[in-house]
Design a binder for this molecule. Structure first.
Ligand code: NAG
Ligand code: NAG
Ligand code: NAG
Ligand code: NAG
Ligand code: NAG
Ligand code: NAG
Length: 939
């Protein structure tokens, strides 16, 4: 819960692995994939340790609050010749990004001035073709690649320009190139990247790229080696590098660009002179606003199915300008330019290469894939109990009951209200006895106005010096839900220890199963602090990107606030990530089980520690529709466990909207229905019988698919595969898939086509070239790559299985504790040639590091030549006692004469000649043993 757009008042953790970076090919054989996964994991763990070393040795803060005068005047430039200024308007790059200029001021910069009718599109003041910039010295080899010095003869028009830069070009791997641009004379703030860069140089024989340089003015070009395509060309506009303004432009290889979250946009970004600001902010999602998270990463779909990605490792406020050239300009307000380019060549490899830099996602506990129910406004423990009881009575599967801040005493975290929630510990125990879990909200702000001796988290925090300070070294006080609050500095190791102690103490009373870290942008209801902020260049930089509220400190802390690693100006975008890391680590130590953390704010690398939800969305059809690109983007950012508040958080839902949202939400990787205080209720049981029936069926469908979903998460954790996946990732050479974001895939085999329009009972769904079988009845569609009109009455969400795949499923139950003991079943979707493949990862669902400790089962299923065989490649006992109860085979061409299971005749099978589905029931084949099911076709 946070601010709505209507009320504007209101590495670190980053892993690096050379070994992993070498293995960039999508490996086809599963054995290879397992080998690779083990190595990746070791490296991720190594990076984990390195984080601690790095934290104790922080880089020097930059941009301190002293206002440096910067009057060294740049040389008055000559007005450029007309020919230098004649170019297509799409090719103009803005020379007045930092502020609006008159014609005279523009020409004084040596730029071209040519007004247009429209002041929102192409710039009026723009760089001429040749604009003086940095001059590049000779490239010399270094241990990691090559280096050069860049110098400029006269300073740019920006305050505190840096006239000498060091460029280093690091060949990380075949598909992964790394450029850094720094000030060689003074250490600037850098995002703490643990482990830094591997020391061994990679064989450059078969790299996927070539590089070229323009020496004056400096620029570089990166091409894809195989076809010469230009991936990056920074010569399109000058490089600028001043203390608080860093700018780098590049052309784009196509106009199919995705990423650059967190924003309220379609999956394909709009390049029509738009700008996207990355600055974490408590703001209800709406267009043209910076939202809760920052992800300076984009992926470009090239022609012919290739793709590449670019990551700017920078945590300062960033604005990205997109223009139809097509081209992109990064502007950051600090740090260094630290740019990674991932050559793929296919989209999934791009994501894997990116995650090799920022870390692979965590393995979630099995129960966290079940249904979660929450509302701000469950005002007592008895109300909360009743909600869960209603769900149970109405037979809705549900694993986790939540409470918002209602539970807390005077809204202070680590307390619970003695009257309304006096028996909270007992309530949690009751849920546990019923196989359910319990989660509550935990905000970072620590109330600072309780009487001394009455609120340990603050008293103890004061003693241990864990809070963020203001510019003059006093604890910075802001205002959040409990009133005046101090903010923990999670970049300080002592803070993380104190945080763990607070959680441990609370957990000893209220044994929560996970924590929901909200308001961690961090959100602040006063600007900067209760004292305001001092006037300085960090509070009011020479250039402020377009941010909600107009100033960087709007809705958050003063930029001059001091943290252990640097000032908040540099660290702001890392607040949620550092809190997620601290919370994840604390939960591991306290519970000794797989942790579950849900964070609102995010930054690259958070997927290693936390799930994310898309914040305070409204209950309307547009927000339903835009939740899909939001969820898919987090997948690209390495956060596969993501979902939107089902039925919407703000405003009243309607029955129809909520049914459609529960159906779509059944396919969010993280599935939670969450509502605000004053709205109409939206728990499944409040609706009419038909609506309830539709929601129950969506929930049962999800629960039946959990073994498959869990296996997808295993591949995300070990191989950086995406879970909820855009169609272009799986069908990169199909131009029809380039922009689709109303449908998506689970893994490579399930296509989900939800209804997103009010009143619609059918929808046009795109089916990429393949045979697709309806998951409901096995009806095949032989698609050549076409839109089909699918029937979608209120009780239906269309899901299709792709030929050649086997989906492991399990009979659903009201909790995962119960469903995990039920019989498995298989849905087998045969290819035209009669083949299919699938796999199952299974463990106890809750222990730490089961994959890393080899404490799991892994079974593959293969179909071909009229039989299905299972092959348990690895067993640890977790599948003991579990059976395969039945299976359905889609695409069996003719009726079988008989069916054999492990060589014995089976009497319970049916075959439908219309849909060509063979169903074999009443099996009880042990999952922990290899089995065979054969059928003999009549000729
Ligand atoms: C700009 O506006 C003027 C006057 O309204 C019009 O004559 C002219 O054609 C417009 N130019 C363009 C490029 O649209
Ligand atoms: C890079 O961009 C510049 C400026 O637009 C252009 O003249 C040049 O041809 C481009 N280089 C390549 C290799 O595309
Ligand atoms: C770009 O935006 C302008 C103004 O908003 C609009 O007139 C134009 O049609 C848009 N162009 C495209 C290609 O969408
Ligand atoms: C659930 O069902 C039980 C048993 O029928 C009943 O006693 C209880 O009142 C019901 N609770 C709710 C919240 O519906
Ligand atoms: C909750 O309900 C129980 C049983 O009806 C009652 O004894 C208890 O006082 C209630 N608790 C609160 C905090 O209202
Ligand atoms: C820091 O906080 C102290 C105590 O609240 C206050 O007196 C001082 O003015 C603050 N300093 C700044 C720079 O805001």
């Amino acid at each position: 819960m946070g601010l709505s757009s209507n009320f504007p008042v209101a590495g670190l953790l980053i892993g690096f692995s050379l070994l992993a970076c070498l293995y960039i090919n999508h490996l086809s054989s599963h054995a290879d994939r397992l080998v690779m996964s083990v190595r990746d994991e070791q490296n991720v763990n190594r990076a984990h340790e390195l984080f601690h070393t790095r934290v104790s040795n922080p880089p020097k803060p930059q941009n301190d609050s002293r206002s440096v005068s910067h009057t060294k005047k740049y040389q008055k430039a000559v007005v450029p010749r007309v020919s230098e200024c004649t170019m297509a308007v799409e090719s103009r790059f803005d020379c007045a990004r930092d502020r609006v200029l008159s014609q005279g001021e523009c020409e004084e910069r040596g730029c071209c001035y040519s007004p247009l009718n429209d002041s929102t599109g192409p710039p009026w003041c723009f760089y001429p073709r040749l604009y003086p910039g940095y001059k590049m010295g000779p490239l010399t080899p270094t241990a990691r690649g090559q280096a050069a010095t860049l110098t400029r003869a006269s300073p740019s028009y920006l305050p505190r320009d840096i006239s000498t830069l060091s460029l280093e070009v690091i060949e990380e791997a075949r598909g992964c190139l790394h450029f850094t641009l720094k000030d060689p004379t003074s250490q600037r703030y850098e995002v703490p990247l643990p482990g830094g860069i591997p020391q061994s140089k990679v064989d450059t024989q078969d790299v996927l790229y070539t590089t070229e340089y323009q020496s004056n003015p400096f620029g570089f070009i990166v091409r894809r080696k195989s076809n010469g395509r230009v991936i990056v060309n920074t010569t399109v506009a000058p490089l600028l590098f001043a203390d608080q303004y860093l700018q780098l432009s590049t052309s784009l290889a196509s106009s199919f660009v995705s990423g650059l979250g967190e924003h309220y946009t379609s999956l394909r970004l709009d390049l029509n002179w738009t700008s996207l600001t990355l600055w974490n902010r408590d703001m209800a999602p709406h267009a043209n606003a910076n939202l809760y998270g920052s992800h300076p990463f984009y992926i470009v779909q090239e022609e012919d199915g290739f793709a590449h990605g670019v990551f700017l490792l920078n945590s300062n406020a960033i604005e990205v300008m997109l223009q139809p050239t097509p081209a992109l300009t990064w502007v950051s307000t600090g740090g260094i330019l630290d740019l990674f380019i991932f050559l793929g060549p296919d989209p999934q490899s791009v994501i894997r290469q990116y995650l090799q830099i920022i870390g692979y996602p965590m393995m979630p506990p099995y129960w966290s894939l079940g249904f979660h129910l929450c509302r701000w406004g469950y005002t007592t423990s008895n109300t909360t109990r009743k909600v869960a009881q209603h769900m149970h009575n109405a037979s809705f599967p549900m694993d986790v009951q939540w409470n918002d801040l209602d539970y807390a005493d005077k809204q202070r975290v680590f307390t619970f209200d003695p009257w309304r929630f006096g028996d909270l510990p007992e309530m949690v125990e009751e849920f546990h006895k019923r196989g359910m879990k319990y989660i509550l909200i935990l905000d970072p702000g620590i109330s600072s106005t309780s009487l001394p001796g009455t609120y340990t988290p603050f008293d103890d925090g004061l003693k241990r010096d864990v809070f963020i300070k203001n510019a003059t070294g006093h604890i910075l006080i802001g205002k959040v839900w409990p009133g005046p609050t101090a903010f923990p500095d999670f970049t300080n190791p002592e803070t993380r220890q104190w945080w763990e102690d607070c959680i441990r103490d609370f957990h000893s009373k209220v044994p929560v199963d996970g924590l929901w870290i909200d308001m961690n942008e961090p959100a602040n209801f006063v600007q900067g602090s209760v004292e305001g902020c001092p006037g300085s260049d960090v509070e009011n930089p020479p250039y402020t990107p377009k941010v909600v509220g107009g100033q960087l400190n709007s809705g958050t802390l003063c930029m001059s606030a001091q943290q252990k690693l640097s000032i908040h100006y540099n660290l702001h975008n890392l607040y949620g990530l550092t809190e997620a890391y601290a919370t994840h680590s604390a939960l591991i130590k306290i519970r000794r089980k797989r942790p579950f953390v849900l964070s609102r704010s995010s930054f690259p690398g958070i997927g290693r520690y936390s799930a994310v939800w898309t914040g305070d969305i409204r209950s309307d059809w547009e927000q339903l529709r835009f939740s899909i690109p939001a969820v898919l983007r987090f997948g690209l950012f390495g956060v596969p466990l993501v979902g939107a508040d089902i039925c919407g958080f703000g405003g009243d839902t309607t029955e129809e909207l909520c049914v459609r949202w529960m159906q779509l939400g059944a396919f969010y990787p993280f599935m939670r229905n969450h509502n605000d205080r004053l709205n109409a209720p939206q728990e499944p049981y409040v609706f009419g019988q038909k609506a309830q029936e539709a929601m129950r069926s969506a929930l049962n469908l999800r629960y039946s698919l959990l073994p498959f979903l869990y296996t997808l998460f295993h591949h995300a954790h070990t191989s950086a595969d995406t879970v909820a996946r855009p169609l272009f990732m799986e069908f990169p050479a199909d131009p029809n898939c380039q922009t689709i974001d109303r449908q998506f895939l689970w893994g490579s085999s399930l296509l989900i086509s939800p209804v997103l329009e009010q009143g619609a009972e059918e929808l046009a769904a795109y089916l990429p070239p393949s045979t697709w079988y309806s998951l409901h009845n096995g009806q095949p569609f032989y698609s050549v790559g076409q839109y089909l009109l699918l029937s979608a009455p209120l009780d239906t969400i269309n899901v299709h299985v792709r030929e050649g795949h086997i989906i492991p499923q399990q009979v659903p139950a009201l909790t995962t504790s119960a469903s995990r003991a039920n019989p498995f079943f298989l849905t087998v979707a045969l290819s035209a040639g009669g083949w299919a493949w699938g796999d199952l990862f299974w463990d106890d669902g809750d222990s730490l590091d089961t994959f890393e400790m080899q404490n799991y089962c892994y079974v593959i299923f293969m179909a071909g030549q009229s039989q299905i065989v299972s092959n348990p490649l690895k067993l640890n006992g977790a599948l003991d006692g579990l059976v395969l109860g039945w299976l359905q085979v889609f695409g069996v061409p003719s009726p079988p004469r008989y069916v054999l299971a492990n060589g014995e005749k089976v009497s319970d099978f049916t075959y439908r000649t219309d849909t060509k589905v063979l169903t074999v029931t009443n099996l009880a084949l042990p999952m922990s043993e290899a089995f065979t099911v054969q059928w003999a076709l009549s000729r």
